[in-house]
Write a protein that binds this ligand. Structure first.
Ligand code: BDR
Ligand code: CA
Length: 313
């Protein structure tokens, strides 16, 4: 099996960090061409820094990290320090990164990488608001048919919303960008809250990260301890959902996930339901199918994979 070439577009965020670590721990399946940061959980100055901190944690200072858009296409940035803490990576004490930020803009890197590789060989993995990806598609429409697949974390249908009663955070922050991506014609796989809320870090699962007794295992356990506080209180659940690693786990072991190829659209005008992903799960319209929308996860298999792979770093 040749490794899939991917670009991770991200707003770290503790769960983004775990998603990146999983990718970097899996070179047989995944080749990370670069990491592009976007404003989301925290402002861009922190997300680009956090992306480099995570690369250094994995001893992968060779991965190029680019800064991208610092605000959504048409709206003011909404952030989530209430979940992720002031830095976005609150929990462990991690040193400031020494590896440099690349000079190029993330959007240019995305466009140039897709043009430089044969069509259908580069997969995009957005883990935050879709601003960088939509900007690339707007600026260079020729890249859409060159994208192998977009595997993204965002949206919800049965679980509805986590930042408003109707909307999931990544889509809510930049609904116009999500609309552009969903209408791009690219092959799309979506990890909505419907599946990520099944990836719960129970105390037993977090103990397994800690028991790795490595800097990575310790850091992941501490990151999870931190953002769990908020989610446990909110959902009354045993642990917090590990959203973004569902994206990179899907690249490694797709049979952990089940979903449907359906029509998915995003609300961009209503004040009440702004950013809601309307998924035609039951096939009640004849709107074109544009995405595989995941709904189920083998949670034990997911955590086994994650723990085994993190142990390699
Ligand atoms: C998404 O929002 C962010 O807070 C997480 O990193 C994840 O990408 C979950 O709604
Ligand atoms: Ca994220």
């Amino acid at each position: 099996m040749t490794a899939r070439k991917i670009i991770i577009d991200t707003d770290p965020g503790q769960d983004d960090a775990v998603a990146i670590l999983l990718a970097l721990a899996s070179p047989e399946e995944i080749e990370v061409l670069g990491i592009t940061a976007v404003a989301g959980n925290v402002p861009l100055a922190l997300t680009q820094k956090n992306a480099r901190i995570v690369c250094e944690l994995a001893n992968r200072t060779d991965i190029p990290v680019f800064a991208g858009c610092d605000a959504p296409l048409k709206r003011k940035l909404v952030t989530a320090e209430h979940v992720h803490g002031k830095t976005g990576l609150d929990g462990p004490t991690l040193a400031d990164p020494k590896m440099p930020l690349q000079d190029a803009h993330a959007v240019d890197f995305i466009i140039e990488t897709l043009r430089a590789h044969p069509a259908g060989t580069v997969t995009l993995c957005p883990l935050g608001p879709l601003t960088n990806i939509a900007t690339a598609l707007q600026r260079a429409p020729d890249i859409a048919p060159r994208i192998a697949e977009i595997v993204l974390m965002g949206g919800a249908y049965f679980e509805v919303g986590n930042i408003t009663p109707a909307a999931e955070f990544n889509i809510y922050v930049d609904p116009e960008a999500a609309d552009i991506v969903l209408k791009s014609g690219a092959k799309i796989t979506i990890m909505p809250l419907d599946v990520t809320h099944k990836a719960l870090v129970t105390p037993h699962r977090n103990d397994a990260f800690r028991a790795l007794s490595t800097p990575v295992g310790e850091a992941v356990a501490l990151m999870t301890d931190f953002f769990e506080r908020f989610d446990k209180e909110k959902y009354g659940s045993e642990g917090a959902p590990l959203h973004d690693p569902c994206v990179t786990a899907h690249l490694i072991q797709p049979d952990l996930f089940h979903g449907r190829h359906i029509n998915v659209e995003v609300e961009t005008t209503s004040e009440l339901t702004l950013g809601m992903t309307v998924a035609d799960w039951w096939g009640v319209t004849d709107r074109p199918r544009n995405a595989t929308f995941m709904g189920d996860l083998d949670a034990d298999g997911f955590f086994t994979l994650l723990t085994e792979r993190l142990a390699r770093l």
